[in-house]
Design a protein around this ligand. Sequence first.
Ligand code: FA5
Length: 340
Amino acid sequence: MENTEIKRLQSELIAEIDAAKDLKTLNEIRVKALGKAGAITALSKGMRDLPAEERPVFGAQINQLRGAVEESLQNKLNALEQENLLRQLEEEKVDITEPAKDNKLGSVHPIPDVIDRLTDICVDMGFSVVEGPEIESDYYNFEAMNIPKNHPSRDMQDTFFFTDEILLRSQTSAVQAREMETRKPPFKIVCPGKTYRNDSDATHSPVFHQMEGLVVDENISMADLKSMLTILMRRLFGEDTTIRFRPSFFPFTEPSIEVDVSCPSCHGKGCSTCKGTGMLELLGAGIVNPKVLEMSGIDSKKYRGFAFGFGLDRTSMILNGINNIRNLYRNDVRFLEQMK
Ligand code: FA5
């Protein structure tokens, strides 16, 4: 091949390289020129047909051609890669002046929230937090709580039975007997959890929550129970909360009381939340009946105990101004957002 033809091939290839618009085309040109079946490779192979004296000159021309084409390919490759990078940067540019997306933040549901608040206060006062089973035996839920079979007070806690002996617990008091059987006095426990009853209206739900508290020690008196509950309520509802203790009846405590707090909405003046009374009933409590201590193997001559049982749904309704218990279970996001 004449030097002029080599020069022509060189200018043709370099023109094609210059015109290439993308990396794929550039690669095709590289294969066409330098690949196994490429034009420059074919020229190199043809060298062996030349007379020996022409080979060095021809070889030098081919090397110059290959060098020029390779350099041109490399330059074009760099240029195309640079172009691609600039295009990518342009396409992926973040417009920092655009308004930010509204990120929705979750919040703790009012029931776990009130459980956290109450247990935190109790832990500060030296209580341990324990749990018990929701599927419970008739024995722990009723009999060990001094509520024998066919006792009239069972009517107030009608629950859901799997068999005559197995039921969904109607009160966290069931945990009292379990803990008393295994612990050695003195001890202080609270037990928050789900409870079940055959009830349903604006303030009663078939599934609800209670938190049981139990203290067993020597020389326990009603004064200990009253002062502990007063501190607990004031820390939960505010220092200016008025607390009222009323006599009541529970088969497992003697004497028994019910505890009311001044309505946090009207501070005792009377409003729709407290139905004009200025007070709201919150929990039952009392001195543990010695019979209950004895049934669980605790010496009632040496030890006494006090117990209390909060309705947590009621507590949450009072704290958050919720007028229907069902709102706590509907999972309506609009309602839950107001609880933040
Ligand atoms: C009891 O359940 C006793 N175990 C409390 C107790 C414990 C007394 C320790 C003495 C010593 P009572 O049935 O009153 O008591 O329920 C306690 C609270 O649970 C009520 O004040 C109420 O707030 C709540 N409660 C009861 N039934 C329901 C229901 N169906 N839905 C929502 N809350 C309920």
